[in-house]
Every structure is written in C-alpha cells, then in structure tokens.
Ligand binder design. Structure first.
Ligand SMILES: *[C@@H]1O[C@H](CO)[C@@H](O)[C@H](O)[C@H]1NC(C)=O
Ligand SMILES: *[C@@H]1O[C@H](CO)[C@@H](O)[C@H](O)[C@H]1NC(C)=O
Ligand SMILES: *[C@@H]1O[C@H](CO)[C@@H](O)[C@H](O)[C@H]1NC(C)=O
Ligand SMILES: *[C@@H]1O[C@H](CO)[C@@H](O)[C@H](O)[C@H]1NC(C)=O
Ligand SMILES: *[C@@H]1O[C@H](CO)[C@@H](O)[C@H](O)[C@H]1NC(C)=O
Length: 355
C-alpha cells in the first residue's frame, strides 16, 4: 500500500519533499546490511559489544544516549500514526514547530472540552516537538522528514515559512490516500463547540471564508465569488476533507499551484493564495462546501466587531486568532477575549503543563 501511494504521488508531481522517503531508504539500508561490507561492519560491532564491553566496565549512559523510546518516534510513519489515532476513520491534524507549543496546548484544551482530543495527530515540524509531544502523549506526534530548518521556518512571510506551509497539502493528500477523513487546523485556533455536526452532507471539501465582511446568517454554502485579486479569500487554516477523488484533486492542484507561484522576496506569499487558485480551478469537478460564517468567523470579524459577536452569540464554534502577527500579541488577544486556557487550565490538556 504505502509504496503504491508513493508511486502515484511521485510520478504525478515532481516532489521536492517526498512523502515517505523512509520506505525507500529503509529498504536500501536493509539490503546494505546483507552486503559484504554490511556483514563485516555488523561482525565488528558484535565483537566490540560482546567481547570488549564487559571488561571495560563502560557506563550504561554511553549506549543509552539515544533512548529506545526516542529512536522509536524517529521512525514512526504518518501511516502508522494515522492508523493509531484515527477514530471512526477520521483524524484531526495540525502542524507545529517548537515555539508554537503553547498555542498547541491552548488548542488541545479547547478540543478536549469537546471530547475530540483522542483523534488529534500533531505533525511535528522539528524533532524537539516530536519527542516532547510523544513523551507526554505517546503516539500523537509524527515527523515527516526532512524536518524544515527550524531557524527559518517560523517567520510569517519568510521563505522558510512558505517552505514549511507548502508541505501541508502533501501531508493531507497522503492521509486521504490512506483512506481517512481529515480535518486540518492551524493551532492559533480555539474550539468553542464541536465542529463535526457542521460537516453536513457528503461534500468533498469543507472550508471557511477569511473575509471579514458580515454575511447574512443564511448565506450560500457555495464557493464565494472572486474578490479583488481575482480569487477568493478562503482560509487554508481550517479544512475538512473526505477521502474522495474530488478532495484529492484539490490537494494535487494546491501542490501544483504552490510550484507555479514559488515564494519570492517581493511577494512574500504564504500557501493560502495557491489554495484559493486550486479551489477556483477545480470548482467544476469537486463538491465544495463553505461553512457558516457565524460558526467559523475569521479573526478579522470576531476580534474586531463586537456588535457582530453579540448578535451571533452562542453560534461560534471555532475562532481563529488571525489578522494579527506576533507571538505575544496573539497570546494577549486570546487573553483579552478569555480564550487563553493554556496557563490556568493546562491540566485539561493531554500534554499537561508545558510552560
Ligand atoms: C462515524 O462516521 C459515520 C460516517 O461518517 C457517521 O455517520 C457517524 O455519526 C460517526 N460516528 C461517530 C460516533 O462519530
Ligand atoms: C525553501 O525551498 C527552496 C526550494 O526547495 C530552497 O531552495 C530554499 O533554500 C528553501 N529555503 C528555506 C529558507 O528553507
Ligand atoms: C436569506 O434570507 C433572505 C430573507 O429571508 C432571502 O431573501 C434570501 O434569499 C436568503 N438567501 C439564501 C442564500 O437563502
Ligand atoms: C476563477 O477565477 C476567475 C478569475 O478571477 C473567475 O473569472 C472565475 O469566475 C473563477 N471561478 C470560480 C468557479 O470561482
Ligand atoms: C459589524 O457587525 C454589524 C452587525 O452584524 C454589521 O451591521 C456591521 O456592518 C459590521 N461592521 C463592520 C465594520 O463590518
């Protein structure tokens, strides 16, 4: 199965980040173990370990530098992780690097309150995150190599950030190819309710509008008309996909669009425009569903328009802390709106206290 997925992916896309390089590199490594040099090295190792070690009285520490548990997570694959966490054929995924762990915790607490934490899989963007999450919550984090350069991956608008978000559609496509429903969330989100009852019908792709303009409560669930830049402003922050050909087509198109519009210093793009072009170009072939604004408002509406928040009280399901950049500013805004749970309620997180 995995090799089949890998083949279809790699022939259809020229893949700069192979989805599962581990499968191929593992088999090569196995072969090399049985080659002559491999056998010689193995023999020498056994000799050293078996003959010399007992006399040297070597401290245990030297050979437990990489704990077995740690190396185990290093080789944990996306396929294994998804099959471990999925409930009812569904996984909730996010992609996180180490500096964002407090946001991850905040998001997880809000999900735990809706009793959906068991189906959460954290796609770790660095090894520190992989080990930290799995140490506290075994099996709930996976790293799809290669790990992006952590120095450059965090700054919004940077090439590193673009590279990091470009991997998102690949991960989502892989999960769809494995046959699961998948919900993707950015971790600067908070759940106030259970989003699953809103995923009505059997559409391929569900998403939310990033436009702050107020819509009537009964607005259409179709893809909105294009805006000023000739495209829509659908948020790539919250997406639900069913494992259908339509949803896979959108992910493939998104990957292609990211390659057509690579990052440039002048544009400082993120992955959202490419997602919108992918929706635009596949709209005729795919069953798309726009989620209700009152339940899934953009931060530009929720944090800015108090009249609207009052008017739609009780209808909010997921709040996205966007339309603001900067780590501390985001935390302060969550604080100001009573949505920062990570300090006082950390015991509700499956990760416990992090800070
Ligand atoms: C499981 O999935 C099916 C089909 O998507 C759905 O109808 C059902 O409500 C789900 N059950 C639970 C317990 O979530
Ligand atoms: C981003 O990816 C491009 C193309 O793969 C690569 O040339 C570049 O060095 C990467 N930049 C950063 C900052 O990761
Ligand atoms: C929403 O409701 C208004 C007033 O009841 C109606 O005129 C309009 O056609 C409805 N829009 C949709 C998309 O159903
Ligand atoms: C796709 O974008 C083009 C260019 O802005 C626009 O004319 C067209 O209506 C869009 N199609 C859909 C389905 O939104
Ligand atoms: C704020 O919300 C109110 C109530 O929904 C709406 O009438 C008004 O146009 C909104 N203001 C802005 C600036 O969007």
């Amino acid at each position: 199965m995995p090799s089949l997925h890998q083949r279809t992916l790699q022939t259809s896309l020229s893949d700069p980040y192979p989805l599962s390089p581990r499968y191929s590199s593992n088999s090569q490594r196995q072969i090399s173990i049985f080659s002559r040099t491999g056998l010689v090295i193995l023999f020498c190792l056994m000799l050293i370990l078996g003959v010399f070690m007992p006399w040297t009285g070597m401290p245990q520490g030297i050979f437990s530098v990489t704990k077995p548990s740690v190396s185990k997570w290093r080789h944990y694959t996306l396929a294994e992780a998804v099959s471990f966490v999925a409930k009812n054929g569904t996984v909730i995924v996010c992609a996180v690097s180490h500096p964002y762990l407090p946001f991850l915790n905040n998001w997880l607490i809000s999900i735990a309150r809706q009793k959906h934490q068991d189906e959460v899989l954290v796609i770790a963007e660095d090894y520190a995150t992989l080990y930290k999450v799995n140490e506290k919550w075994p099996g709930h984090a996976v790293l799809v190599p290669p790990a992006p350069d952590s120095q450059t991956a965090h700054k919004f608008g940077s090439q590193g950030f673009f590279n990091f978000t470009s991997r998102r559609p690949r991960h989502l496509l892989h999960i769809l190819e494995l046959g699961y429903n998948v919900m993707y969330n950015d971790v600067d989100m908070v759940w106030l309710g259970d989003p699953f009852p809103y995923l009505q019908g059997n559409h391929d792709v569900y998403f939310t509008d990033d436009m702050a303009a107020v819509k009537p409560l009964n607005h259409s669930h179709d893809l909105p008309p294009p805006g000023k830049k000739g495209r829509t402003y659908i948020c790539s922050c919250m997406i639900f996909l069913r494992p259908t050909n339509g949803a896979k087509l959108v992910m493939k198109k998104w990957i292609k669009e990211l390659q057509f519009q690579p990052w440039s210093k002048a544009k400082k793009s993120n992955d959202q425009p490419a997602f919108n072009w992918a929706l635009n170009k596949t709209a005729g072939q795919v069953d798309l569903y726009l989620l209700p604004q009152a339940a899934f408002p953009t931060g530009g509406l929720y944090f800015k328009n108090h009249t609207w928040v009052e008017e739609t009280k009780g209808k909010h399901v997921i709040i996205h802390n966007n339309y603001i950049t900067g780590f501390e500013k985001k935390i302060k805004r969550f604080h100001d709106f009573g949505l920062w749970l990570a300090d006082d309620h950390s015991q509700e997180s499956p990760l416990g206290k992090l800070r």
